[in-house]
Design a protein around this ligand. Structure first.
Ligand code: FES
Length: 380
């Protein structure tokens, strides 16, 4: 039934490359190879990658694609995580229909195999670099469609780190809304001693209190007492709504887990800040008229921008630069660029790692100039 869930064969194309992280994403037109209905409100969509673009679409487990299509004449752009493992030899995202979601509603109801759309090359920092020699224990916390990148990571670990284990806590409303349910069961049967899965359901009773409700701080504590030993875990992967990520990461940290081991990705733009992710850069209340230069593919675009005006990304788009973006909400990292000269302030940052910020990288959808001259490069 789920024939896309295939084991990588020696002659299949590996779409895995650890060096891909950080490369600037660009759009290409790709054809939809097939669409699988995963649940009543979720489809997975595979794209055909021409031979000449195979290198561009190599990815690391956990990364996402930004898709763009025209709906009623207007370009609509959204990011969706890859659910395939790079070792599967296919490029597949899962798209869950959300109420009022223009792109997700269109993809779930109107998109067909054979259609073509603009697909950005893979991007994202929520990743696991697979090492076949490693003997690691990983723990995943996912809620709803937050399973998508975790599923890619989980499959990659099971298939290519033969000495590693994965324990997954997966929250949903009901058993019927569990995305990839059969595939996860098949993996459990196949990797009996290396994969442990605990479904947590908010609207169905499974006979145990700790598996009923939402994944939160208390549940994380209970799971750590019953199912994993924090001293033995080499990495945590969290993906879902902000409340789950905040509560689980806070509980893990309070138990003594280093924040370096906690990797997370939000599925929506956050309503409030996550601990440790706040304003970055030089803060100023004084208005500055800045001259901004953005460099993209070696070409420079120059424009003036007030420090309390648009973000640098929007100003660059208005000035005619085809700079990359997806969420415009500090989450996806697609608009990442490096400050070569001057000072900027980021409103929010949920995507860049601390070392990237220290190296001068910023999210241009969140940036405002704080000096009279600013030079930013998307090429570095
Ligand atoms: S466009 Fe997504 S972080 Fe800026």
């Amino acid at each position: 039934m789920f024939n896309f869930f295939k084991k990588a064969k020696s002659n299949t194309t590996s779409l895995f490359t650890p060096e891909k992280k950080g490369a600037r994403p660009v759009f290409h037109d790709l054809r939809v190879l097939d669409i699988i209905r995963e649940t009543s409100d979720c489809v997975s969509v595979a794209f055909e990658v021409p031979e000449n673009l195979a290198a561009d679409y190599q990815f690391i487990p956990g990364q996402y694609l930004t898709l763009e299509t025209k709906i009623n004449g207007e370009a609509v752009r959204r990011s969706y995580s890859l659910c395939s493992s790079p070792f599967d030899g296919e490029l597949r995202v899962a798209i869950k229909e959300v109420e009022g979601g223009r792109f997700s509603t269109w993809a779930n109801n109107e998109l067909s195999a054979g259609d073509t759309m603009r697909v950005m090359t893979p991007d994202g920092n929520f990743t696991a670099v697979i090492n076949p020699e490693a003997s690691n224990n990983y723990v995943g916390f996912a809620a709803g469609s937050g399973i998508t990148p975790v599923f890619s990571i989980l499959k990659s670990v099971l298939e290519n780190e033969p000495n590693s284990t994965f324990t997954l806590f997966y929250g949903n409303k009901t058993a019927g809304s569990v995305v990839f349910k059969e595939q996860i069961e098949a993996l459990k049967n196949r990797y009996m001693n290396r994969l442990e899965v605990h479904h947590v359901l908010s609207r169905e009773d499974q006979g145990t209190d700790y598996l009923k409700g939402r994944i939160d701080q208390d549940k994380c504590k209970t799971f750590a007492e019953r199912f994993f030993d924090i001293k033995e875990v080499n990495g945590y992967f969290l993906c879902g709504p902000e409340a789950m990520i905040n509560s689980v990461s806070e509980e893990l940290k309070s138990m003594g887990v280093s924040k370096d081991l906690i990797h997370y990705e939000l599925f929506t733009s956050p309503a409030q800040s996550i601990a440790g992710k706040t304003k970055v850069g030089k803060e100023s209340t004084k208005k500055i008229d800045s001259q901004v230069t953005v460099i993209l593919d070696g070409d420079e675009t120059h424009f003036g921008l007030d420090s309390d005006g648009d973000c640098i990304l929007d100003a660059a788009l208005d000035a005619g630069a085809d700079v990359p973006y997806a969420c415009k909400g500090a989450v996806c990292c697609t608009c990442r660029a490096k400050v070569l000269e001057g000072e900027v302030e980021m409103e929010m940052n949920y995507a860049l790692e601390d070392d990237e910020v220290e190296d001068g990288y910023v999210l241009t959808c969140q940036c405002h100039p704080r000096s009279e001259k600013v030079v930013i490069s998307y090429d570095d």
